[in-house]
Write a protein that binds this ligand. Structure first.
Ligand code: HEC
Length: 172
């Protein structure tokens, strides 16, 4: 009664292993160990990255003064596609809080506000080149940003409306 199942198992195993050279089995085991070690190290680096304070402050300085928008529509379109990086009304809650993406986000917001900031107008506008042109050239909003946060992506019609509105507002 006991014999049947016990008798079969070693035979099956032997069948599986018989044709595989031992060196390949040993190598496979090393590869498995190495892969597990590498995953472990990456996981530790990822967890340690979360402890870096950069990108976690999420500050929104007060809105001092906005430009004289030519229309409410321009302001709305700008808010959707540009505010996160070029105003003090960044919607931090919808942006990633996870490093290293949070570092890229922090960098883009610092740089973006530095180039021009519609919440500190006109003092926050000195370094900007042609604002409408940046949309026309497809340079702004940055592609990586709209692929991560698709709600900021403008349709071609909205894009044209924003370009017209930016020209009327900023005069170039
Ligand atoms: C994800 C953040 C982000 C968003 C959203 C964003 N920008 Fe920018 N923008 C930047 C950064 C960072 C820079 C500075 C570095 C650079 O020029 O690439 C910049 C630079 C600019 C410049 C200066 C370019 C130059 O070289 O003179 C203009 C103009 C500009 N942005 C307009 C816009 C407009 C208009 C929108 C919305 C349609 C927008 N940006 C959306 C991050 C952003």
């Amino acid at each position: 009664m006991v014999a049947e199942p016990q008798g079969r198992a070693p035979q099956d195993t032997a069948l599986l292993v018989r044709d595989v050279p031992v060196s390949i089995l040993v190598r496979a085991r090393w590869v498995a160990w190495f892969a597990m070690g590498a995953i472990g190290v990456l996981l530790l680096v990822f967890l340690a990255a979360q402890l870096v304070p950069y990108g976690r402050t999420h500050g929104n300085p007060p809105v001092v003064q906005e430009p004289a928008w030519d229309s409410a529509q321009t302001r709305t379109l700008f808010a959707r596609a540009c505010n996160d990086c070029h105003s003090n009304e960044t919607e931090w809650s919808r942006l990633s809080n996870v490093a290293p993406l949070s570092w890229l986000t922090q960098w883009a917001i610092d740089e973006g506000r530095n180039v021009f900031n519609v919440s500190e107008w006109p003092s926050g506008g000195r370094k900007a080149g042609n604002i409408a042109g940046s949309v026309q050239r497809g340079q702004m909003p940055p592609e990586i940003y709209v692929s991560l946060y698709p709600e900021a992506r403008l349709t071609p019609t909205e894009q044209q409306a924003l370009i017209r509105g930016l020209r009327a507002t900023f005069g170039d």
